[in-house]
Design a protein around this ligand. Structure first.
Ligand code: MOS
Length: 787
């Protein structure tokens, strides 16, 4: 990301700052905000019954005759070359049909990398896949085994003999920091923000916090591991994939194998959790290559171990946050500096430094982040990348500042919450962060919190409460399109290559289309999930609902125009244009004179048409550059810490969200809860154990990599402000990622309130709360460095 990009984005922002809002998308509030039909109500998932019955078919369940099963062999060094390779024992093992290595793999191009300018790219790294003897990370796939059963393939994988000529590798964060690079931009934002002489203001501040916060590498662990069922048929590549980027995967596989896009079909009607992980990694490419060599279809189901070695997750960060404040709690300086690992072949910025630019007003800012290049698996997107580790640091620092000031942490936020974009001055599209705080504070009973740490006790348990906020930007992707087909019986069908990862995509867009078209819910059906459907961007960055919503809205406008054309002059609607009418009561009516109405059935009858099909598209998201558009969260936590063992039990977790209008209270609640549980994992248990000497990921199963289980998860309350955002489709902002942000800090702040111990280093495991040990003692007993 370059200076040129900064100049372009900056230039567009400046121009849009002067353009009247009414010229832009979202310039006038979406009229559907005023309608009270099915949006905003509780609706069951339309895919629910199939999922409960086991009838919803996931990627690894697609039946196919003559199927071979894949297993992977992973490199055991971080850098070097394969010197010797003996696959004879593996080839001779029972059931084995193929052993593929760099020696016999077909020629393949490097997959195009995910980026903001190419919506048909899905690659998470920029390395060749099994094209040479080179090793680039510890865990790289060096052989693929195909066998008649999964077990036979896994067995044969143990028989491949490889000797490496290991080269010098760099796998320690500490070593990489020394020559970290400083990119010009982070995602679409300028990296360095330097405003109002922050260092000087910090030095002069009456109250100040200056601390370093650390977050670990984390691996993805969706319920459904990555999987694909792959076949070549008559030169066409067919991939039943678990993906959150259907068209991008199809486009990328076409590039990799030199095919026409029309010759790649990707289907992914159900995904068992994506969270940023379900893009294109090496397993789909290698599965397709092996299927081609073997001349038989292939099923790839990554084991947890293979997943941890082939699918990148959240990278490690080390962040310094320094806050200066005056006695009234007003921030005079906000400094946020730090490092995140980003191997040179990775495409994902872990943009933790974006957080501090939107939450609070401050008299000065000094923000920048650096990339640490290591010989590791590419890091990638993981639920609210950037904002999640970023809010941990900023929101812990705010709590530390509140403690120093002797001020209630909610009050400190109230005094500093931004009323516009703190850096650019752009107006908020809608923002009611403190309303969320007030809702959450009331629900958890914040008034009962003892301001002083270690003040509440229940036997051996120290009890505490904490809060923290979070932020995640609104995004709408261009190019997403939807086709609406309306028939003479008044049934509407919506089609788009959108994604269902468990969040309720079709359920909510069915509500949307019904309300938009003035139809009852059961007159609308929605088809999503394969690449033959109209183009859709990825389900990521919490953008899918807005993108698909904009497409359906655009299509409905076209549909109105087409219906008016069909209606002709012999209609109560004669002479009206599309902008003069609205959908109502299974027909069209004049906005100014509701008595002028004609039903779809009547229009179709007179015109003799059986149905009508139109496609609309989500246009350029210029509103994102004119307005400051963010979802925010206010998370409250009550927990207890055993003074004997240091064990933490969460008693209650409350999340209050300001995300525009909530479209389906049932699916939204689930999604927020899921995000908050991920936040608990980040706070308490999740950590990829990396052997820093070798770059080997050691935690390759759920026995080693701990995600919260039912016993770890308390009663969770989810609340929202439900104030429509007048600049977005349906008045909604994305809710996929905001649930996670703020949770880890709320837990850490509650731990401090309970114990008086400030843990700035995630996860908060009980060793960090050993009350009879000072940090100095802990340091002394930590294991010595290995050479
Ligand atoms: Mo999200 S990390 O963009 O799936």
């Amino acid at each position: 990301m370059s200076k040129l990009q900064n100049a372009i984005v900056g230039g567009v922002r400046t121009v849009l700052g002067r353009v009247p809002a009414s010229w832009l998308p979202g310039g006038t509030p979406d009229p559907i905000i005023q309608k009270r039909a099915t949006l905003g109500t509780q609706q069951p998932r339309i895919d629910g019954p199939d999922k409960v019955r086991g009838a919803a078919r996931f990627a690894a369940e697609v039946p196919m005759a003559n199927l071979l099963h894949a297993a992977f062999v992973h490199s055991t060094v971080a850098r070097g070359k394969i010197a010797e390779l003996d696959v004879s024992a593996a080839e001779a093992a029972p059931g084995v049909a193929l052993v593929m290595t760099y020696r016999n793999a077909p020629k393949m191009s490097v997959p195009p990398a995910i980026g903001i300018t190419n919506l048909k790219a899905a690659g998470n790294h920029t390395l060749p896949v099994m094209q040479d003897a080179e090793i680039r990370w510890n865990g790289q796939a060096v052989a693929v085994i195909l066998a008649e059963t999964r077990e036979q393939a896994e067995h044969a994988a143990t028989l491949v003999r490889i000797r490496y000529n290991a080269a010098q590798s760099r796998t320690r964060f500490k070593d990489g920091k020394k020559d970290a690079s400083t990119p010009d931009s982070i995602l679409i934002e300028r990296n360095r923000v330097d405003k109002g002489n922050a260092s000087k203001k910090l030095a002069e501040a009456a109250y100040k916090i200056d601390a370093v916060y650390r977050t670990p590498w984390q691996n993805h662990n969706p319920i459904e591991p990555h999987a694909a069922t792959i076949a070549w048929q008559d030169g066409q590549l067919i991939v039943h994939d678990a993906t959150q980027m259907i068209h991008a995967t199809a486009g990328s596989l076409a590039k990799v194998f030199g095919l026409k896009e029309a010759d790649v079909f990707v289907s992914s009607p159900f995904v068992g959790g994506g969270f940023g992980a379900k893009g294109m990694w090496d397993h789909q490419i290698l599965g397709a290559a092996a299927a081609k060599l073997a001349g038989r279809p292939v099923r790839v189901m990554l084991s947890r171990a293979s997943m941890h070695r082939l699918v990148g997750g959240r990278t490690q960060t080390e962040q310094r946050v320094a806050l200066g404040a005056s006695a009234d709690g007003k921030l005079t300086a906000l400094l946020h500096h730090g490092y995140a690992t980003k191997p040179r072949h990775s495409i994902c910025d872990e943009g933790f430094s974006l957080t501090g630019r939107s939450l609070y007003a401050s008299a000065s800012f000094d923000i920048v982040q650096h990339h640490v290049d290591l010989d590791l698996l590419a890091n990638s997107f993981m639920r609210a990348p950037g904002e999640t580790p970023g809010t941990f640091a900023i929101e812990c620092a705010m709590d530390e500042l509140a403690h120093q000031l002797g001020m209630d942490p909610v009050e400190l936020r109230r005094r500093n919450v931004a009323s516009c974009d703190p850096i650019s001055g752009a107006p908020h599209s809608q923002s009611a962060t403190m309303t969320a705080y007030d809702l959450g504070a009331e629900r958890i009973g914040w008034a009962r919190r003892a301001p002083a740490p270690r003040a509440r006790r229940d036997g051996e348990w120290l009890v505490g409460m904490g809060c923290a906020g979070g932020t995640f930007p609104f995004a709408r992707m261009p190019g997403t399109s939807a086709r609406i087909t309306l028939d003479a019986r008044g049934q509407a069908h919506v089609a788009s290559a959108a994604h269902e990862m468990g969040m309720g995509t079709a359920t909510v867009q069915r509500q949307h289309a019904a309300d938009r078209l003035g139809l009852p819910l059961d007159s609308v059906s929605v088809t999503i999930g394969d690449s033959r459907l109209p183009f859709a961007s990825f389900a990521g960055g919490s953008s899918q609902t807005a993108s698909l919503g904009a497409a359906i809205n655009a299509a409905s406008g076209k549909l109105a125009a087409e219906l008016l054309r069909l209606a002709g002059n012999d209609t109560p609607l004669a002479g009206l244009r599309a902008s003069d009418v609205e959908f109502a009561d299974s027909g069209l009516r004049s906005i100014d004179d509701p008595s002028r109405h004609e039903s779809f059935a009547s229009i179709f009858r007179r015109s003799g048409h059986k149905d009508l099909s139109v496609t609309g598209e989500s246009g350029p998201p210029l509103e994102m550059l004119k307005f400051s558009m963010h979802s925010t969260s206010a998370i409250f936590c009550q927990l207890r810490v055993s003074e004997v063992t240091g064990e933490i039990r969460i008693d209650r977790l409350v999340g209050a969200f300001d995300c525009g209008r909530i479209l389906n209270t049932k699916t939204a609640t689930s999604q927020f809860k899921g995000g908050m549980i991920m936040g608990l994992g980040m706070a308490l248990t999740e950590e990829t154990l990396l052997d820093e000497r070798s770059g080997r990921i050691m935690s390759t199963s759920l026995a080693d990599y701990h995600v919260p289980v039912h016993l770890d998860v308390p009663e969770i309350d989810v609340l929202w402000t439900d104030i429509p955002d007048p600049r977005t489709p349906m008045g909604a902002r994305g809710i996929g990622e905001i649930g996670t942000t703020g949770v880890a800090a709320a837990v850490a702040n509650a731990v401090f309130n309970a114990t008086g111990t400030r843990v700035r280093d995630l996860p908060i495991t009980l060793d960090k709360l050993a009350f009879n040990e000072t940090p100095e003692k802990r340091e002394a007993i930590s294991p010595p460095e290995f050479p």
